[in-house]
Design a protein around this ligand. Structure first.
Ligand code: GDP
Length: 457
């Protein structure tokens, strides 16, 4: 077993990638991982559960002249692997967003789109520092790729026509950011990244500008982590459940992002559960083997401990009732009762109002369940029961008890119908709606209700 704690005073910042669909979030994450792997030197990157850790020396290897690693006290950057608002706005840490900083990806040809606006709203609301990745610069007509060059120099090496076209698109985005209330500029013109949003032109396809993005993220997090986050990286571990998964040989396990302190094998932990907090003892802490090996054998390595920030799979008894989005707390140096109260208090912040009559709601994480409940309240749709998890036979039975026909419905956000519930659904007078976009899910339900009412008139 290896010890994966880090003794640095500043912990690795947690970075989320947001943006409109197809603007290149997944490609950007892949490219960051890929170029870090080909960098290949000391401390090659490690893919954790749900997150990818890029150490400082790998970033400095990629960024070349852009970065002086001695300027930084940060161990590197931890990217959450699930792109989109989903991982950002619905996964929380102590009531706030799980990520410390964010990358907003905008297709340089497309500019702001509905999900860009949504992401901006979330970033503003949570006060999260962010950088804009103006992606797909390579699609500029006449683009001449300049591998290994800082993006500013690469722009200068383009034909006048290409440079002018790209600049026009970039300034359109800067203008849209300004309309949204953010002062922004091309990143090399920004002096203070906390006052001004840096825009980094890049291509997730060619990799141009990606080292620049990492450099800007390092600079932004260095200041943010120093000023805003006094983190006790040695203390009892705190984390958020990303996913509850059955794993052969281990039973129910929780993929967890640890954002504070240290979690050790054998620790007693308290985890937010469906009915009450779960108190259990860690049987194994698991991380995927180094990236080279993942391709051939998808196996886990047992680690002795993980320090913030990192992703880890926790195997322990009784985790089958754990909820994605719920807090995980190590019990160390303080009474168990206090920790249980803390977990309860955090769960109580997530408000879901239910009524005696209404629809059944299922969602993949606690945060998304809350988001669903808020959206349904605005749409004046009452909720009979709301829970985290896939759709099970029990949900169908509950939905059937609704005494109004329009309420005999299940609204599932980002969840699946379990195989053992398929035949129940066929035989029941219950309508199932699933989607991974909240407003579409609610719209589909409302359309159904309207049609039903029209048919009855
Ligand atoms: P996501 O929905 O935001 O995760 O977007 P994807 O990463 O799946 O990208 C959407 C499409 O855009 C895919 O076909 C990508 O290959 C393409 N794409 C992403 N980044 C770039 C880029 O920098 N240049 C070009 N030419 N295409 C890109």
């Amino acid at each position: 077993m290896t010890d994966h704690t880090n003794a640095d005073t500043l912990r690795t910042p947690i970075v989320a990638v947001l943006g409109h669909v197809d603007h290149g979030k997944t490609s950007l994450l892949d490219t960051i991982r890929g170029s870090a792997v080909s960098e290949g030197e000391a401390g090659a990157i490690t893919q954790h559960i749900g997150a990818t850790d890029i150490p400082l020396d790998t970033i400095s290897g990629m960024a070349g002249e852009l970065i002086d690693p001695t300027d930084f006290d940060l161990p590197g950057l931890l990217f959450i692997d699930t792109p989109g608002h989903h991982s950002f706005s619905t996964l929380r840490a102590r009531g706030g967003a799980l990520a410390d900083i964010a990358v907003l990806v905008v297709d340089v040809n497309d500019g702001f789109q509905p999900q860009t606006e949504e992401a901006i709203d979330i970033l503003r609301r949570t006060g999260t520092p962010f950088v804009v990745a103006a992606n797909k610069v390579d699609t500029t007509p006449g683009w001449n790729p300049q591998e290994g060059e800082p993006i500013q120099r690469s722009l200068e090496a383009q034909s006048e026509r290409a440079e002018a076209m790209l600049n026009e698109n970039l300034y359109e985005i800067i203008g849209q950011l300004s309309d949204a209330g953010f002062s922004a500029d091309l990143y090399w013109r920004v002096q203070d990244f906390q006052k001004n949003i840096g825009v980094v032109p890049l291509s997730a396809l060619t990799g141009e500008g990606v080292p620049d993005l990492l450099t800007v993220l390092m600079g932004l997090s260095q200041r943010f982590m120093k000023e805003e986050m006094a983190i006790d990286v040695e203390g009892p571990g705190e984390g958020t459940v990303l996913e509850v998964k059955d794993e052969r040989g281990f039973g129910a396990t929780i993929d967890t992002v640890v954002y504070d302190g240290v979690i050790r094998n054998g620790d007693t932990i308290v985890v937010g559960g469906q009915n009450e907090p779960i108190v259990t003892e860690i049987r194994a802490l698991l991380q995927p083997r180094p990236l080279e090996e993942i391709r051939t054998e998808k196996q886990f390595e047992k680690v002795a401990a993980v320090g913030a920030a990192a992703g880890v799979k926790i195997a322990a008894p009784d985790l089958d009732q754990a909820m994605a989005g719920a807090p995980v707390r190590v019990v160390r140096d303080r009474p168990l009762e206090d920790v249980i109260e803390e977990v309860k208090a955090e769960l109580a912040e997530i408000e879901v109002e239910t009524a005696d009559n209404g629809v059944v709601v299922k969602a993949d994480t606690l945060g998304s369940l809350e988001a669903m409940a808020n959206a349904l309240r605005e749409a004046e749709v009452p909720i009979l029961r709301a829970e985290v998890g896939d759709i099970a036979p029990r949900d169908i039975a509950v939905a059937e008890t609704a005494n109004q026909d329009e309420h005999k419905a299940i609204l599932g956000f980002n969840v699946d119908l379990l195989a053992n519930a398929e035949s129940d659904l066929e035989n029941a007078d219950v309508k199932l709606f699933t989607n991974d976009v909240i407003y579409q899910l609610i719209e589909d339900y409302e359309t159904y209700v309207e049609e039903k009412q029209r048919a009855q008139q």
